[in-house]
Ligand binder design. Structure first.
Ligand code: ADP
Ligand code: ASP
Ligand code: MG
Length: 596
């Protein structure tokens, strides 16, 4: 006999008939002798409808009142499902987030779970009842007992958090697709089911636009070792298993706000190559990285920055012992990239004396303060940041090699990390190089031009955004520095969610005089397309394949960032879907998915 948490999404409970279907499935599980806790979303499009009701009254609804409103959606479905179960003769009762004791922080519309009190649920389970819990909602632990919601898609997080708190044997997420597919089947019908995926890969995919799972749900599963399965509500197929790593057991206190950073890693084995002033046209990155892959050189970080006078900078890091090969390839290509004006001739610079320093941890998701703290810590230690590359679970910075020891000491101290492994670099593993592909159309690109180059700028900019709870991704600073009023200056670009772009622009404008930068440029017409795979480590050529697939369709890449297991490109929004399709195609994902 097992304890199972089953979560059903909005489409799965969209009508009375579907609720009855769900009740049947839950009933059968209970009949097999299992204890069952069910988590449900609001019926169908209810949450969207409630949001538009509010918007018809005010363009900026109060966040507290929004939570009050949206939490009602789930309350409807728990009561109906409970009645449907009782109709089948199955003892059941419904509980709101508050009744279960899902305690959250006091942050309306995006609250994090602090603790779940398991007693009441356990009591009902012991009495042979199925407990039906409202997803997406909680209650503050303060005396005011305020109703909070966890953010759109948050019922997944309620379910996995309950599974962790109750030490359930497993958590099943039932939805309207067969499981986790190689990409969104609504855009690419050829998308195929993956039998399994690692938590790290799913974290990246979920935060890069694959909405099949809420990223925070994956984070909890990873941290607490919850066995998580995503399956179809319409069939008995096994679906996709999300593999969590074996971590040290953690305390359930401060469930979602526990330790944000797991480790600090310093790698001094790499060197940096940059190709400056290359034309901003399709095919440049493909040509460069295609040739580098032909030489079997594995590239780690890749960063392509925003345009300046219609040219780009591309910078990347490789193992120091192959830096000469990489430089030779870049130098051979540079002359062919000459643009019309000779002043803009492409140029190659190399720097073998760099180090990469990174903080990693799933608890950074949606917590912009963590990256900001890293930048502040480095600034205070007098360490200048040459390149930044962020992902949901990792922030990596390229710094001068001579500052490596100082940087790691300061960061370990700041994040209370006692052991700091030197990264075992480019270890091959058995995972496929590319597991899935994702498209995010809800991002905007923001650039701050001509930012004076001194330690602390990144801390200042991203600290200010973090104070306002704005998460940024794909932070890039240009490689070339220009003298503005005799001060070396660089451009910094990044992406933010569309919903936060206005506030971001306003905050940055306030910062401009302080920082001494010249201008803010915003582009909302972008899409981010990403490939994710744990096996791309030590597998040269994945980036080249992605870039050349885009080039063949004449799709221009505006920004590139990579982390160990993902490559993201910003392209024009109008080309986002085509980009997703051609990339899905080039990696032949159906064949990869067949492999066990
Ligand atoms: P639920 O209401 O059950 O929570 P969601 O709409 O939140 O369902 O998530 C399921 C949807 O996620 C699917 O219908 C699909 O269109 C979309 N999706 C995006 N990327 C993926 C992917 N890689 N695998 C499966 N579904 C995906
Ligand atoms: N009903 C909420 C939403 O639509 C939560 C969820 O479905 O996960 O975002
Ligand atoms: Mg969902």
């Amino acid at each position: 006999m097992a304890l199972i948490v089953q979560k059903f999404g909005g489409t799965s409970v969209a009508s009375v008939e579907r609720i009855q279907k769900v009740a049947q499935r839950v009933y059968q599980t209970a009949q097999q002798g299992h204890d069952v806790v069910v988590v449900v979303s609001a019926m169908g499009q209810t949450t969207d409808e409630l949001i538009s009701l509010a918007k018809s009254i005010t363009s900026e609804p109060n966040r507290r009142e929004m939570d009050m409103l949206l939490a009602t959606g789930e309350q409807v479905s728990i009561a109906l499902l409970s009645m449907a179960l009782q109709e089948l003769g199955q003892p059941a009762l419904s509980l709101t987030g508050a009744q279960v004791g899902i305690l959250t922080e006091t942050f309306h519309s995006r609250a994090r779970i602090l603790e779940i009190k398991p007693d009441r649920v356990q009591r009902h389970l012991q009495q042979g009842e199925v407990v039906v819990v409202a997803g997406f909602q909680g209650i503050t632990s303060s005396d005011d007992l305020e109703i909070t919601t966890l953010g759109r898609g948050g019922s997944d997080t309620s379910a996995v958090a309950l599974a962790a708190a109750l030490q359930a044997d497993y958590c099943e997420i039932y939805t309207d697709v067969a499981g986790i597919l190689s990409t969104d089947p609504r855009i690419v019908p050829e998308a195929v089911l993956m039998p399994e995926i690692t938590c790290d890969e799913m974290l990246e995919l979920a935060s890069l636009g694959a909405k099949v799972l809420h990223p925070r749900a994956v984070e909890i599963a990873r941290n607490y070792g919850v066995t998580l399965v995503v399956r179809s509500s319409w069939s008995d197929e096994p679906g996709t298993k999300v593999l969590s790593p074996l971590l040290e057991p953690r305390s359930l206190a401060d469930l979602e706000i526990g330790k944000a950073v797991d480790s600090v890693q310093l790698d001094t084995s790499q060197g940096q190559v940059a190709l400056l002033r290359v034309p901003d046209s399709p095919g440049i990155a493909a040509g460069l990285f295609g040739e580098i892959a032909n030489q079997a050189v594995d590239v780690d970080l890749i960063i392509q920055s925003i345009h300046e006078g219609n040219t780009n900078d591309i910078a990347f890091t490789v193992q120091r012992d192959v830096i000469n090969t990489a430089e030779a390839v870049a130098s051979a290509i540079a002359p062919s990239l000459r643009s019309s004006s000779s002043a803009n001739e492409a140029e190659v610079i190399t720097n073998p004396e760099i180090a990469t320093i990174a903080i990693t941890g799933a608890g950074m998701i949606g917590r912009p303060g963590i990256a900001a703290k890293m930048f502040t810590t480095l600034a205070e230690a007098g360490v200048n940041i040459r390149m930044i590359s962020t992902s949901e679970v990792k922030v990596g910075c390229v710094i001068d090699k001579q500052h490596g020891d100082r940087a790691i000491e300061a960061l370990c101290d700041a994040f209370s990390i006692t052991t700091s492994p030197v990264t075992p670099h480019t270890q091959k593993n058995d995972h496929p190089p590319v597991r899935g592909v994702a498209l995010d159309r809800n991002q905007a690109q923001v650039a701050m031009l001509q930012v004076p180059d001194y330690p602390g700028r990144a801390a200042q900019i991203f600290g200010k955004l973090a104070e306002n709870n704005i998460s940024v991704d794909m932070i890039i600073q240009s490689q070339r520095s220009r003298l503005i009023n005799e001060i070396p200056s660089r451009d910094i670009a990044f992406t933010v969610s569309n919903t936060e772009v206005e506030l971001t622009e306003q905050l940055l404008k306030e910062l401009l005089p302080d920082i001494g930068a010249q201008e803010i440029v915003v582009n909302q017409e972008i899409a981010k397309v990403s490939v994710v795979g744990a096996g791309m480590v030590g597998n040269p050529g994945v980036a080249a394949q992605m870039f050349s697939a885009l080039a063949q369709q004449q799709i221009n890449i505006q920004m590139i960032t990579t982390s160990e297991i993902k490559i993201s490109c910003v392209v024009a929004q109008s080309q986002g879907e085509t980009a997703l399709r051609v990339i899905h195609n080039v990696f032949n994902l159906p064949e990869i998915a067949k492999q066990p």
